[in-house]
Design a protein around this ligand. Sequence first.
Ligand SMILES: CC(C)(COP(=O)(O)OP(=O)(O)OC[C@H]1O[C@@H](n2cnc3c(N)ncnc32)[C@H](O)[C@@H]1OP(=O)(O)O)[C@@H](O)C(=O)NCCC(=O)NCCS
Length: 164
Amino acid sequence: MQMDLTISDIHSLKKDQAFEILAQISRVEKKTFPANEAFPFGEELWRKKPNTRVLYVTRAASGARPTLLAYALYVRQRGVALLHKVCVAEVYRRQGVGLQLMNYIRARLQREGCQQIHLWVDKARSPARSLYIRNGFEEREQIPDYYVPGRTGIKMILDLVWLC
Ligand SMILES: CC(C)(COP(=O)(O)OP(=O)(O)OC[C@H]1O[C@@H](n2cnc3c(N)ncnc32)[C@H](O)[C@@H]1OP(=O)(O)O)[C@@H](O)C(=O)NCCC(=O)NCCS
């Protein structure tokens, strides 16, 4: 059964709540990614960054101090959104959270007139590649040693115009 989730934007929060969510995101990010790939989810993200969106996922009706289940970060540049991060906290994986988050991102960007979503993924991250392929992304390019020597980056693109 699908988990009942709330997916929101940190920009819709008041400062203190936004900082609390960013701190939770930062902790999960550091646990999940090696230091050279961990994005610094600093408090400045809540301030004026109109092209940068940080989405966070909590359980619906989870009270005043919601627990973070997942998050994503993308940057809009005209008709293209570059999806930098999608991450589900380890204990909540394999329960459909990633899929719901991707569906939300796709529908929202499509509604906002975005034409393509681009991303780079490490070839070794099979769960992520599989999630993206399930969402209709296509692999377009591979660059050896993209992240560090020995780790290949794959560029994936989802065309939103064809999904209308
Ligand atoms: C990739 C990630 C976001 C998937 O989130 P999730 O909530 O576990 O995914 P879901 O339960 O919604 O699964 C959706 C689909 O993703 C794929 N998938 C997820 N976990 C997988 C795994 N361990 N092995 C293979 N495929 C997997 C499958 O296609 C799955 O569909 P299925 O259940 O019908 O097989 C999660 O594993 C994660 O956060 N990984 C660490 C961070 C990361 O690598 N992010 C991407 C790069 S920024």
